[in-house]
Design a protein around this ligand. Structure first.
Ligand code: TYM
Length: 339
C-alpha cells in the first residue's frame, strides 16, 4: 500500500514583542507535539509587524525576528523535521499578498475584530496605516502559498483563518481552482490564555510591554516569572472550590497548569479542590519555571552558535521558496499576469 502523504501545517507568529506563555501554549506547543505526524512550515511574520509602526519603531526588528526564530528551536521545533523561515526572506509573500489584497472586499476586512481593536489603540497616537486593514489579505497569502491542510493557531486567530478560506474560495471562483482551502486547528483548552493581571483580557505581547505582571515571557528572568504568577489576580475567596463557579483568574491558572503538565481538569480538581490560592499559584509557578528553565538553556546554546543559526535561516528559506515560488507562478498564470 502506498504511504499516505503527511498533512501539511502552516503557522506563524508576528514579530511585535517578546513571546509569552500564551503564544507557547496556543501555538508553539501544538506545533511541537505534532511535528512527527505533520509536515510543518513555521515562520516569523516580520512583514506583519510593520502594521503597528509604533510597536516596532526604534527597535532592531531583525534582532527580534531572530529571537523568535531561535525560540522556535529552543521550544523543541526540529529544523530537520520542520521548515522554519522568516516571512520577508520569501518575497512571494508580499507578491501574493498584493493579489490577495485585490481579491478581498474592503467590507470583509473592516469586519475583522483585530482591526477594530488594534485600530482603536493605534489611532490614539499616530493614526492607522492601511496595512492594518489589509493585514488579513497578507495573512491569507502566507497560508495559501503553501497549500496547507491545517493552520494551528490560538483562538484569536480563528477569524483570520476563516477569512483566508473565504478569500481562497473567492479567488478560485474568479480565476479558476488554484488554492487548497485549509482548516483551522485550535487547542481545546489553552486556545486563549488570559492576562495574569486581568483575567478578562487575552494575554498579549503588546499589553505585556506596558504592564509588568500581565504575561510571562519565555525569556523572562525566572524570579520575575514566579513573582508575576504569585501576584496573579484570582478573587476574594481564600482557595479553590470546585463546587462553586471558579473565577476567571483561577480557571486561567488551572489551564496554564494543565497545559504545562499534561494534566486533565479532573486530575487538577483532585489535586487543588480545597487548596489555598498560594498552593495553586506555587504549583503553577513550579510547572512554568521548570519548562522555562529548559527553554532558556536551549536558547542560550542556540544563540551562542551564530553560524549554525545563519545556516538554519538559509536552509529554511530555501525550502520555503521551493514551495512558494511555483505556487505564486500558478497564481500569476490564473490571474492572466503570465501566460
Ligand atoms: P500572534 O503573533 O498575535 O500570535 C501568535 C500565535 O499565538 C497565539 N496566541 C495565543 N494563544 C493562546 N492564548 C493567548 N493569549 C495567545 N496570544 C496569541 C495566536 O493565536 C497565534 O496562533 N496574524 C498572526 C500571525 C500570522 C499567522 C499567519 C498565523 C501571520 N500570518 C499565517 C497563522 C498563519 C498573529 O499576529 O499572531
Amino acid at each position: 500500500m502506498a504511504a499516505q502523504a503527511k498533512k501539511r501545517v502552516l503557522s506563524g507568529i508576528t514579530a511585535t514583542g517578546r513571546l509569552h506563555i500564551g503564544n507557547y501554549i496556543g501555538a508553539i506547543s501544538q506545533w511541537v507535539d505534532n511535528q512527527a505526524v505533520y509536515e510543518n512550515l513555521l515562520f516569523v511574520a516580520d512583514l506583519h509587524a510593520l502594521t503597528i509602526p509604533q510597536a516596532v519603531a526604534g527597535q532592531d526588528l531583525r534582532a527580534r525576528v531572530e529571537e523568535i526564530f531561535a525560540l522556535y528551536l529552543a521550544c523543541g521545533i526540529d529544523p530537520e523535521q520542520s521548515t522554519l523561515f522568516v516571512q520577508s526572506d520569501i518575497v512571494e509573500h508580499a507578491e501574493l499578498g498584493w493579489i490577495m489584497t485585490c481579491t478581498t472586499p474592503v467590507s470583509w476586512l473592516e469586519r475583522m475584530t483585530q482591526f477594530k481593536t488594534k485600530g482603536k489603540i493605534a489611532d490614539v497616537d499616530t493614526g492607522v496605516g492601511a496595512g492594518l486593514l489589509c493585514y488579513p489579505a497578507l495573512q491569507a497569502a502566507d497560508i495559501l502559498l503553501y497549500d496547507p491542510d491545517l493552520v494551528p493557531v490560538g483562538e484569536d486567530q480563528k477569524q483570520h483563518v476563516e477569512i483566508t478560506r473565504d478569500i481562497a474560495k473567492r479567488f478560485n471562483t474568479l480565476f479558476g481552482d488554484t488554492f487548497k482551502i485549509p482548516d483551522v486547528v485550535i487547542r481545546q483548552a489553552g486556545g486563549r490564555i488570559m492576562g495574569l493581571d486581568d483575567p478578562t483580557a487575552k494575554m498579549s505581547k503588546s499589553t505585556a510591554e506596558r504592564a509588568p505582571g500581565h504575561a510571562i515571557g519565555l525569556l523572562d528572568p525566572l524570579d520575575k516569572a514566579r513573582k508575576s504568577i504569585m501576584r496573579a489576580v484570582t478573587d476574594s475567596n481564600s482557595g479553590v472550590d470546585f463546587a462553586t463557579e471558579l473565577a476567571p483568574g483561577v480557571t486561567n491558572l488551572l489551564t496554564i497548569f494543565e497545559c504545562f503538565t499534561g494534566t486533565s481538569r479532573d486530575q487538577s480538581a483532585a489535586r487543588f479542590d480545597g487548596a489555598g490560592y498560594g498552593k495553586l499559584k506555587s504549583d503553577v509557578a513550579d510547572a512554568v519555571i521548570g519548562r522555562l528553565t529548559e527553554i532558556q538553556q536551549r536558547y542560550r546554546e542556540i544563540t551562542d552558535d551564530r553560524d549554525q543559526l545563519n545556516k538554519l535561516l538559509t536552509q529554511g528559506a530555501e525550502r520555503a521558496r521551493s514551495i512558494a515560488g511555483p505556487k505564486l507562478a500558478q497564481a500569476y498564470r490564473a490571474t492572466g499576469l503570465r501566460s
